[in-house]
Design a protein around this ligand. Structure first.
Ligand code: HEM
Length: 403
């Protein structure tokens, strides 16, 4: 797929003064991507595997093979670039480094997020939290699975991972919101806002405090015991909040949305819970919570026929990869029996493969299992608001009748 340095385009040997005609190229009105990107990706796929989109000022990969090739090749396609706005707020983290620096950031956390460790540490606490949330839903006048189940569950899971007590859960959300607003501001060309920097100071303080206490049994205290330096750990705690709150909420909300909009599938899963993990994978495939990851070319390279130049932004479209018809038959259909649904790239692939994959999958699967056990006659309360969003996608609400 990636075949060594490409011949530089005529006149582009030095700097970026001479405009380069990048091909294949397609104009994409960005609001189309917010509503429904899939017809756009299908149109781009007819032009090539990797297409220059002027509105994005970058290349977009639209096949699974091209997406995987970019994410696996951190040497040619790095995350370590000043344009990456998150690092202007949180500092260097596992999300913004490659190679040895990335390994140093990620290693202290690895054990705590392995499948067995996650199952042993989180299952019982999540079960209790879900039961409590279902009690509240049963009393709600207009139960909504996003705000009433998916969102509070995601926050509680991260609070537990980071060793924060119940009372401090609101604090997690405040930090999260201040950082999201800060990254937004920097992305639009502004300076890091004071509130975001205060949130980072709060996280650093929490980490230093956690390190001064006897081990609390949290993933954070394990990471500290594994030799993480406090300043380094603080940046990665911020990244865990970024990575683990909104996306996990979306994953549960989207999976519920898919099942409720396909009553046959919902009935099948309610009758046979062994079908649920496949349904969750299929939901991830059809609508990943995070639609893209960004990389920056470190050298001129040819990528699936496109002449990518050093410094170019390469947007890896996970949502396009997941509906590549060369890999997935009838790719736009929600099919809970699809055998290769788990070939989706919603958690990325390669060195930055999602660290929270087992925790977030446990959350969604357990939440839906207990929901269907408690309310087997659950159904959508009317037409559901669509899943939408430019980079991060979710339905605004998932209103239900509990049966
Ligand atoms: C408990 C919930 C989650 C946690 C704690 C979490 C944590 C993380 C962390 C720490 C990383 C950075 C790994 C690295 O750079 O080495 C990461 C990467 C990633 N996560 Fe997650 N995550 C969670 C849920 C999700 C969900 C639900 C999705 C999407 C369905 C997702 C998609 C991704 C993707 C696409 C990346 C790769 C980013 C990149 O390559 O630039 N994550 N996650």
């Amino acid at each position: 797929m990636i075949a060594g340095p490409a011949r530089p385009a005529a006149g582009c040997g030095t700097g970026r003064l001479v405009p380069v005609n990048r091909t294949p190229q397609a104009h994409v009105p960005l609001d189309l991507l917010t509503a429904d990107p899939h017809p756009v990706w299908a149109r781009l796929r007819e032009l090539g595997e990797v297409v220059w989109v002027p509105e994005i000022d970058g290349w977009v990969t639209v096949t699974r093979a091209a997406a995987a090739a970019v994410m696996r090749d951190a040497r040619s396609f790095t995350v370590d670039d000043p344009r990456f706005s998150t690092s202007r707020i949180v500092g260097a983290s596992m999300l913004s480094t490659d190679g040895a620096a990335h390994t140093a950031h990620r290693r202290p956390w690895a054990d705590g997020f392995r499948p067995v460790a996650v199952r042993d540490r989180f299952t019982e606490a999540l079960r209790q939290e879900i039961d409590r949330l279902l009690d509240d839903l049963a009393e709600a006048a207009e139960p909504d699975l996003r705000t009433g189940l998916a969102a509070p569950l995601a926050t509680a899971a991260m609070a537990q991972a980071l060793g924060l007590s119940g009372l401090e859960v609101g604090q997690v959300l405040d930090w999260y919101r201040a950082m999201v607003a800060g990254v937004d501001e920097v992305t639009r060309g502004g300076e890091p806002p004071a509130a975001a920097l205060r949130a980072m100071a709060g996280i650093r303080h929490h980490v230093a405090h956690a390190l001064s206490e006897p081990a609390s049994g949290s993933v954070l205290s394990d990471a500290a015991a594994a030799g993480g330096d406090p300043a380094v750990l603080a940046a990665d705690v911020a990244v865990l909040l970024f990575g683990g709150v909104d996306t996990a909420e979306s994953m549960t909300a989207i999976a519920a949305h898919h099942l409720l909009s396909h009553p046959d599938a919902l009935r099948a899963v309610a009758a046979d819970p062994a079908l649920l993990p496949g349904a969750v994978q299929e939901s991830l495939r059809l609508e990943p919570a995070a639609t893209r990851v960004d990389r920056y070319a470190t050298a001129d390279v040819e990528l699936a026929g496109a002449a990518v130049r050093a410094g170019d932004l390469v947007v890896v479209s996970l949502s396009a990869a997941n509906r590549d018809p060369a890999v997935f038959d009838d790719p736009d259909t929600f099919d809970i029996h699809r055998e290769n649904a788990d070939q989706h790239l919603s958690f990325a692939i390669g060195p930055h493969y999602c660290l929270g994959v087992h925790l977030t999958t446990l959350q969604t699967t357990l939440a839906l299992t207990l929901l269907l056990e408690r309310f087997p006659g659950i159904r959508a309360a009317g037409p559901l608001p669509p899943v939408q969003g430019f980079v991060f996608r979710k339905p605004l609400a998932v209103p239900v009748l509990l049966g």
